[in-house]
Design a binder for this molecule. Structure first.
Ligand code: NAI
Length: 380
């Protein structure tokens, strides 16, 4: 039995509470989540709600062998709680793998807030989330992910210490460091697949110009890459085009742009049977979590001769940034750890080539090997 499963029925009943008029309830939905295809032996899955302030969240803790989960919080207008459960299950598992591959002593967890970030955010909602984090007593610490800003983390930090990346106490937005890692990972991928030592003249199609995508474009443009960009937000396209001279492409066409690299930096699930058949790139390497519709699509990319940089390896810069806040690493130490992303990818690519298997399969095996080693050393 893990520490997390000690949240008993009595605890759950006690977790229904009123704090400053907030009707926060926490339900252990592990048994229900176990029937989901994305379930992978997760240690704890919670559904937390405070209807009076519109707070509705799924929090999944995948594995705590390496340490306390320090996962991002995503906010999306999920069509149903089931969709949020699937997202949280997949994302929390990826966090376990990400931490393992980045050499961090952090577990895997993720929170999915159900709501439209453009219209549904409020201070009361963020405070309810902070109350929830207090209630589970640091078993999960929140960070930033798509849909949440540093200002939102600041709100959460007003009521709980279990948050990283706020400007009140921490290092702020991790996205620039995620972008640095992704750019280094694109460099490692180009070196492996195209034999080129620089990104000069390399064409990169960037899908999504948010926190990470926009910063990535700036780095790539500086290194002489030719950029194709798409977003559903025309203001973001205009801003990136003005800064970098990128060519704008329709969102529906960006994955099939005639580019060397496709860099998904929006949401997940963009690579499925249909879109993989349409790709014209040699490399898929971007920030988006879970860009593969399913793990099997890693093999589909390999069969098409397309090199795939596993998401949780290439996009670990943000987590390293947040871990630096936890451990008090200086800037040089943090950057050195981010630079290791390129070497880790090179090792994955070499192993995948030697064994004739998909890169995501190699990454998963390497991550699980580290966790098994740590378990063997009695880390928990
Ligand atoms: P964001 O929310 O700031 O940006 C996402 C962008 O994608 C927005 O500009 C949005 O308009 C655009 N978008 C949405 N649907 C689109 C579509 N169909 N076609 C084109 N563009 C579309 O999110 P952020 O923080 O930049 O993250 C991007 C991805 O990277 C997410 O998958 C996130 O989970 C992942 N990631 C982010 C990290 C970070 O440090 N922010 C760390 C690791 C992963």
């Amino acid at each position: 039995m893990t520490a997390f499963s000690l949240l008993t029925r009595t605890d759950r009943d006690a977790a229904s509470m009123r704090r400053g008029g907030i009707d926060l309830t926490i339900e252990d939905i592990g048994a229900r989540a176990a029937s989901f295809p994305a379930f992978d032996g997760h240690e704890l899955v919670l559904h937390a709600r405070a209807p009076s302030v519109g707070f509705d969240a799924i929090v999944a803790i995948h594995d705590t062998t390496l340490g306390t989960p320090l996962g991002g919080t995503r906010m999306r207008p999920y069509r149903s709680p089931d969709e949020a459960i699937t997202d949280a299950l997949r994302l929390s598992r990826a966090m376990t793998m990400k931490s393992a591959m980045a050499g961090l002593d952090l577990g895997g967890g993720k929170a999915a807030l159900i709501g439209d970030p453009a219209t549904d955010k409020s201070a009361a909602l963020m405070h309810a989330y902070g109350d929830f984090l207090n209630r589970i007593d640091g078993r999960f610490s929140a960070g930033q992910d798509a849909g949440l800003s540093v200002a939102d983390l600041d709100r959460i930090a007003e009521v709980t210490p279990h948050v990283f990346g706020s400007s009140l106490r921490g290092g702020g937005d991790p996205s620039p460091d995620t972008a640095i890692g992704v750019a280094l990972g694109i460099g490692a991928s180009v070196r492996h697949r195209m034999g080129a030592e620089s990104l000069s003249g390399v064409a990169v199609a960037v899908q999504g110009l948010g926190h990470v995508g926009a910063a990535l474009c700036d780095i790539l443009a500086e290194q002489g890459a030719r950029l194709f960009v798409a977003d559903v937000d025309s203001a973001r396209i205009a801003a990136t085009v003005a800064r970098t001279g990128a060519t704008a492409v329709a969102p529906s066409d960006i994955h099939r742009a005639a580019a060397d690299v496709f860099a998904p930096c929006a949401l997940g699930g963009v690579l499925d049977d249909a879109t993989i058949g349409e790709l014209r790139c040699a490399i898929v390497a971007g920030a988006a979590n879970n860009p593969l519709g399913a793990e099997i699509h890693g093999e589909a990319l390999r069969r098409r001769g397309i090199l795939y940089a596993p998401d949780y390896v290439i996009n670990a810069g943000g987590l390293i940034h947040v871990a630096s806040e936890l451990h008090g690493w200086g800037r040089e130490d943090t950057l050195a750890r981010i630079r290791r992303i390129a070497a880790t990818l090179a090792e994955i690519f070499a192993r995948a080539d030697a064994e004739g298997v998909a890169t995501n399969a190699v990454a998963e095996r390497m991550a699980r090997e580290r966790i098994a080693r740590e378990k063997g050393r009695g880390k928990r």
